[in-house]
Design a protein around this ligand. Structure first.
Ligand SMILES: Cc1ncc(COP(=O)(O)O)c(C=O)c1O
Length: 338
């Protein structure tokens, strides 16, 4: 079975398993785990922020950011197909008591400065006030598009002019940086905080990083404890995370494999394939007369797994457990399935 459901399905390398076994550890709630401390310092450096916090999941990182940046009862301005809106169980409402207002970021999922200004709500006796703008890069539901740093800057500047802090859901921001051929820190220059995942294309078994100013991270650390994420000898999983930080350049291989997969699938009658910019390939199945679920069931019977994204949209995601030969085989299986 060639598993292209997500870049989260990878299993840790032997090197990562050894690093976990041999990790220097301590009680991280006391700030005494050397592996975590090193990971946080290196992660902050990667994204050009003062400090960073190790969190178990990307979801927790995004949720902590919302809680720290906002006050209860404010509005969160989010893109209508963003992960924080679609796939985090309405967490902004549950954890931070925020009302969510959606913007339509179009095909690339990035709001323009005008849209940010139009979506902004000024606090008064009737209205709650906007407490946060969240952006996403790469944008998962828009097909892993790598948003240009200038567009992130422009949206963030518009929010800052209105006094609104900006959080970047950068679960795959390293993919975006590689695709745009810029340092990861260029992607985060104008945002106040960023979350990025070690457990996706970078290949770690667990973990994400939440970065921002020293003051932000200090508050985030308290909020992580509040959310039940204060861990102890967590260097056991931070040590593979340190190795994951060395894998940024390797993401280019996943992007090449996604491009190969897309080219092959584009030749299959009935499939409309969005040319990928990173490691995500979206396939529209409508012309084949199939729903995405029907298509994916047939693919699975033929030996390839993907995920359903919309009624007629399926997603295939490349990662370090698949190589070029695997994606070529996967494309053949999909052709057979149809
Ligand atoms: C864009 C984006 N943000 C956040 C997350 C959440 O990460 P996690 O699964 O570690 O909670 C994901 C996971 O797929 C994602 O794709």
């Amino acid at each position: 079975m060639i598993d292209l459901r997500s870049d989260t399905v990878t299993t840790p390398s032997d090197e990562m398993r050894e690093a976990a076994r041999d990790a220097d550890v301590g009680d991280d709630v006391y700030g005494e785990d050397p592996s975590v401390n090193e990971l946080e310092a290196r992660a902050a450096d990667l994204v050009g922020m003062e400090d960073a916090l190790y969190v178990p999941t990307g979801t927790m990182g995004n949720q902590i950011a919302a809680r720290v940046h906002t006050e209860r009862g404010q509005e969160a301005l989010v893109e209508r197909k963003s992960h924080v809106f679609k796939y985090e169980l309405g967490g902004f409402a549950q954890h931070s008591e925020l009302q969510v207002r959606t913007l339509d970021g179009g095909e690339r999922g990035i709001p323009t400065p005008e849209q940010v200004r139009a979506g902004y709500v000024e606090e008064d006796v009737h209205r709650p006030g906007t407490g946060i703008l969240t952006l996403e890069n790469t944008h998962n539901s828009r097909g892993g598009v790598a948003i240009a740093p200038e567009q992130i800057d422009a949206a963030a500047d518009a929010a800052h002019d209105l006094g609104v802090p900006v959080h970047l859901d950068g679960a795959r921001v390293c993919n975006a940086a590689v695709a745009r051929d810029v340092p990861v820190s260029r992607m985060t220059e104008q945002v106040d905080s960023v979350m990025f995942c070690l457990s996706k294309g970078l290949g770690a078994p667990v973990g994400s990083m939440l970065a921002g100013s020293e003051e932000f991270v200090e508050r985030a650390r308290r909020t992580r404890k509040l959310f039940g994420g204060g861990m102890r000898q967590v260097g056991m999983v931070a040590a593979p995370g340190l190795l994951a930080l060395d894998n940024v350049d390797r993401l280019a291989d996943d992007h090449d494999n996604a491009a190969t997969l897309a080219e092959e699938l584009a030749g299959v009658e009935g499939l409309d394939v969005q040319p990928p910019e990173t490691n995500i390939v979206l396939v529209n199945t409508e012309d084949a007369g199939l729903t995405a679920d029907e298509f994916l069931d047939a693919c699975e019977d033929a030996g390839v797994r993907g995920t359903q994204f919309d009624t007629h949209v399926a997603r295939f995601c490349t990662h370090w457990d698949v190589d070029r030969a695997d994606v070529e085989t996967a494309a053949e299986h999909v052709r057979d399935a149809l």
